[in-house]
Design a protein around this ligand. Sequence first.
Ligand code: HEC
Ligand code: HEC
Ligand code: HEC
Ligand code: HEC
Ligand code: HEC
Ligand code: HEC
Ligand code: HEC
Ligand code: HEC
Ligand code: HEC
Ligand code: HEC
Length: 305
Amino acid sequence: MRKNLLILIPLLFAFLFIIHILDNAKGSTNYVGSEVCKGCHEESYSSYAKSIHAKKAIAGSPANRGGCESCHGPGAQHAEKGGGKGGDIFGFGKKVSGKEKYSKCLTCHGESKHVVMWDASKHRSADVSCDTCHSVHSTKEKNLKAKEPELCYSCHLDIKVKSNKQSRHPVKEGKIKCNDCHNSHGAFGKKAVKADSVNELCYKCHSEKRGPFMWEHAPVEENCLNCHDAHGSNHSKLLTRKMPQLCQSCHDWSRHPGTIYTSFETFRGTATSGKNRMFARSCLNCHQNVHGSNGPSTRGKRFVR
Ligand code: HEC
Ligand code: HEC
Ligand code: HEC
Ligand code: HEC
Ligand code: HEC
Ligand code: HEC
Ligand code: HEC
Ligand code: HEC
Ligand code: HEC
Ligand code: HEC
């Protein structure tokens, strides 16, 4: 009699264990609906309710596709247990990989035109997930956690430093945004630039530099960044170097027409101040059309007016 009972005990445990597994499996796939969540998460509910995601009028919105649980996954087990942290519900916590997080968003946003290049994005590969920049529970514009450029500066300190330099694109002044030139979600261009090449990007706003010119200056056609820094510089006009060193970094100025060095009359200077004047006046005084020119033959060819 006692022997039989001893056999029954492990059987009983095995039975309870199976029930437990079945119960878990059931719990982890059951949805309860947003109203149940509301009961315990008043604040999260109301921020969600104000957001675009809660709009019934938008066909593919979470409101029409499972509400809270479209992002957080099925919540029956979490609700039954009275809530708590630790895996019953998808919480976008620090321990979860970026991939797991952005995959939740991509179930709906995978086809979204703003996010189509996400796979190629350095942000994706660096584990900067959607929720790093967006808080679905924030009511700010585009659900952003902070405004541009502060949002970006929190990680891109080197760009922040440049944006405070004497010459800069007016990002600080709010006239232009990082995302006018970049797509935070990735883009075809190198460095997530919103154009096929750097020059194409610059032409969007500086169309007069596109030409066509009869006399092109090779480095300009090649890449504007040969002479300019896109973000900021201590030299005027976003130049990467001071003038005339910028020009001299490529041009051996000793090859310059002999007249300038032999006859100071050209500059109406004295023998001692002539050379200095040459530097002070810079190359641009004569070569005014460094971006290209349409002037008559030799003058145009040398970008001189
Ligand atoms: C579109 C996706 C999405 C929807 C829909 C959504 N959430 Fe969230 N929720 C998130 C993300 C992402 C986080 C991570 C924190 C953040 O980014 O703000 C989060 C965080 C939370 C947190 C943790 C809050 C904290 O401060 O740690 C709670 C609780 C929560 N959500 C509840 C809800 C409830 C309740 C609903 C429905 C009323 C809901 N969520 C709808 C994406 C969503
Ligand atoms: C019976 C109350 C209750 C219900 C119902 C409930 N929760 Fe919770 N939830 C909690 C508590 C308590 C916590 C732990 C909060 C904490 O520790 O800060 C929590 C935590 C969370 C978290 C954070 C989890 C983490 O790992 O950080 C999310 C997300 C969340 N709940 C979403 C939901 C969603 C979505 C629903 C509806 C499907 C829901 N909750 C239903 C009580 C509840
Ligand atoms: C169930 C589908 C669904 C899920 C899941 C989802 N979204 Fe959305 N989201 C939408 C729809 C629909 C819109 C409105 C139309 C649009 O902009 O594509 C939207 C709009 C947005 C917007 C634009 C807000 C605005 O004010 O213009 C952002 C940002 C956004 N979602 C971020 C996220 C993030 C981050 C996640 C993951 C945490 C996420 N979404 C998960 C469906 C979803
Ligand atoms: C590095 C920060 C960052 C990350 C990471 C990020 N976003 Fe964005 N997102 C932005 C900014 C900034 C904007 C506003 C762009 C603008 O104003 O042109 C935006 C805009 C959006 C919009 C609205 C587009 C529009 O103009 O209507 C959607 C939708 C969106 N993001 C979804 C996502 C999704 C989904 C992910 C993850 C796959 C994601 N974002 C990751 C910064 C980010
Ligand atoms: C949480 C930190 C973080 C935030 C916030 C952030 N970034 Fe980034 N960003 C990164 C990391 C990490 C990389 C990858 C760096 C690398 O590979 O050298 C990166 C790379 C980039 C690149 C280069 C992309 C490429 O293809 O090489 C650009 C452009 C960029 N970020 C712009 C932005 C803009 C614009 C914002 C604000 C909307 C922003 N970032 C916000 C962390 C961040
Ligand atoms: C006027 C256009 C423009 C603006 C505005 C702009 N960028 Fe850039 N950014 C560029 C170009 C062009 C590159 C270089 C692309 C290349 O090397 O091919 C670049 C490169 C980058 C890189 C890669 C690292 C590097 O230094 O080359 C990061 C990160 C970056 N930008 C972040 C930002 C952030 C953050 C903002 C806003 C504060 C911003 N950018 C504003 C045009 C711009
Ligand atoms: C989205 C529009 C936009 C794009 C793209 C753009 N710029 Fe600009 N750029 C501006 C604005 C706005 C100013 C400020 C003009 C003003 O204040 O009159 C400016 C000013 C400049 C200046 C003069 C700066 C000074 O200190 O006076 C230079 C040089 C310049 N941009 C070069 C470039 C280069 C090189 C590119 C490509 C990498 C580029 N820009 C792309 C909008 C743009
Ligand atoms: C060979 C060097 C060089 C290259 C390459 C170059 N620039 Fe410049 N850029 C200059 C110099 C030098 C100035 C300053 C002119 C002045 O102070 O009068 C300047 C000034 C500018 C200015 C502000 C003044 C103005 O003329 O409007 C803009 C905008 C500009 N460049 C855009 C571009 C664009 C766009 C490209 C690429 C298509 C480019 N630059 C390529 C040397 C260059
Ligand atoms: C990144 C290198 C680079 C920089 C910087 C540069 N140039 Fe040039 N420049 C060239 C190249 C390459 C050519 C074409 C040379 C050739 O055809 O023999 C050229 C051609 C010229 C010519 C026509 C030469 C000829 O023989 O017809 C003049 C004039 C000129 N540059 C002036 C300038 C001035 C002024 C500056 C400074 C604002 C400058 N360059 C900056 C690379 C550069
Ligand atoms: C006083 C006016 C003046 C100044 C200042 C000046 N140039 Fe010139 N430069 C000219 C003229 C005029 C020519 C054309 C000569 C010819 O056609 O034979 C020329 C020709 C050139 C050429 C093409 C011939 C060669 O030597 O290969 C280059 C390159 C050049 N200059 C670069 C520069 C640089 C770099 C500076 C600044 C350090 C500069 N120039 C300053 C007037 C000037």
